[in-house]
Structures are given as structure tokens and as C-alpha cells.
Design a protein around this ligand. Sequence first.
Ligand code: PGA
Length: 256
Amino acid sequence: MTMRKKIVAGNWKMNTTVSEGKQLLQDIIKLLGGTSEPADEVIICPPFTHLYAFKPFLSDTKNIYLGAQNVHTEDSGAYTGEISAIMLKDIGVDYVIIGHSERRQYFKEDDILLRQKVEQALKHGLKVIFCVGETEDEYERNHSEHVVKRQVISALFTLEPDQFQNIIIAYEPVWAIGTGKTATPDYAQKMHSFIRGLVKQRYGEKIAEGTTILYGGSIKPSNAGALFQQPDVDGGLVGGASLDAQSFVEIVKQIS
Ligand code: PGA
């Protein structure tokens, strides 16, 4: 049937020092037995400062990848404090998270900027975890589909089909991020199926069926299984629980 990859990504956000992070990474690798299984891929997204130091730890592992949490729109230049896709690619980073709700909210990143970031990442051979999701207010006003549709179309649907195949979509309802309020499996399924429908309209059935759509928002070992069993939920983007090796690996093990 479907050939899309099942993936669990850990978004560490602005947490851990490099030495704490190395320990956490080694604990995760050990508990996983050095492989992403049963997931097709595990992606670790630590702060920028950790990425170069982490690469050697992954040399003997199978299907465990590194992701950055942000990228700039330009190759290089006078952009104090920023990191480019070329720099990330150079140190062996495979993925970058773009459009996370915290970047949209606290750093005012809008649809147009996010599209430029996506194009820049793909141009330099990074794959993208692109986050979408409605706020609590939008959810309560029944605008979830409308908002997510706008986010997906404006940032992604100008891509050519071969570019789009390097995109993972992460559906993260903002009201569920870091709040302990997880979407119900039924609600997640409904939104994931809606997103896959949008991809199908734009890129056709084959690409839509091959697109990995992750759920994110307060995933824990206790709720991951029910979410991952939904037919259109292809894994998770895990924040808080990814900072604990045991919890993160228990979540990965629930991929079916
Ligand atoms: P959370 O974060 O698991 O802590 O809710 C998810 C995310 O922001 O990616």
C-alpha cells in the first residue's frame, strides 16, 4: 500500500548544554540500539551549537539523522546572528525545521519568509520538516482547516513536484504544544487527512500518498500509540518528551 516513511523527530528547542546534549544523544542511541527501528527514520534536532559535535556519534548508527531548528534565507553575508543552509549542509545536517509555531509567534516569521526559507533549504540539499497548525483561538472559531490550508499552500505549493518530495509536513495545533493538551487521535486524523487531500489536489495521488505527515503537540509515551495508529499520522515531532531518552525511545517504539 502506502510507501511513505514513518518518522519520529525530537525538537530539543533551546535546551541542554553541549555536554548535556551529548549525554542525552548517547543515551538515546543506546536505548534505540543504534537504529531508528521500528521507525524508518529518527531525526534529532538540537540547538545549532550541538550539531557539529553530534555528527561523529551518528557514524555507526542506522537511519538516525540530524536536523537544525532554523535556517536563514541567504547563502552568506551581513546577517549577524544567522546560520545559512550551506553551513548546515557542510557539517552533515540532513534536515531543518521551518515554520515552527514558536518562530511564527515570537520571531514574527510569516508565510512569505517561510516560503523563502523552504526554497533556500531545498536549494542546498537540506530536507524540510515544515510545521503548520492553528492557534487555540482559531481552533475555537472553527478556522483550523482554513488556517492550515493557507499555511501549506503559501509556503509549499509553488514547489516543483520533485522538490516537494523532500518535504515532511508536521501538523502541530498550537494549543497542544507544550500544554499537555494533546489532540485526540480522531482530530489529528481528520486534520492529517485534510492536509493529505490538499497535497493530492496539487501534486496528485502518488506524491500525496508518499508524503510523511507528522503530528506534534504534547506527544508522550502514553498517547503516542493511539496517534500513530491513525492511518494518516506517519509519526511525530516531539518537544518536551524528546529531552528524556527513555520517553523519547518509548515513543519511537510505538511506531507501527
Ligand atoms: P511538545 O512540543 O511536544 O513539547 O508539545 C512539540 C513541538 O513544539 O514540536
